[in-house]
Design a protein around this ligand. Structure first.
Ligand code: DGP
Length: 114
């Protein structure tokens, strides 16, 4: 997907501060950080949103969640706590149409979100 920002980050056409990478997944610092720890984790495959997850591609989602735990540990928020968010669609404020999970931590997070 040549016009997708996150596909271009996967292809290293746009620089990012990568914290984890393997064959199927990339994790990098959010450019508009909302917390001391704010990481985005994405499947390398272009999946537009959570609405496009199905039996055929859901294995990568399970993998993403295991990677999230590793990243939380590496960045020192596994025990203090962190939040995982995916915005799906316009009412949720999804601004990049490539499935991504925000991992937020390093401070007390309000609930419910605004
Ligand atoms: P969402 O609103 O859930 O679609 O979140 C998209 C996030 O992506 C937003 O927090 C800002 C981040 N973002 C957008 N463009 C870039 C970029 O080029 N690099 C990085 N690192 N993050 C980006």
């Amino acid at each position: 997907m040549e016009n997708c920002i996150f596909c271009r980050i996967v292809e290293k056409q746009i620089p990012s501060k990568i914290v984890y990478e393997d064959e199927n997944v990339l994790a990098f610092h959010d450019i508009d950080s909302k917390a001391p720890v704010h990481i985005l984790i994405i499947p390398k495959e272009h999946i537009p949103s959570l609405n496009d997850v199905n039996q055929q591609n859901s294995q990568v989602i399970a993998h993403i969640f295991s990677v999230i735990v590793q990243i939380a540990e590496n960045l020192g928020v596994k025990d203090s706590g962190y939040r995982v968010v995916t915005n799906c669609g316009s009412d949720a404020g999804q601004s990049v149409n490539h499935l991504h999970f925000h991992v937020l931590g390093g401070r007390s997070l309000t609930w419910p979100p605004g």
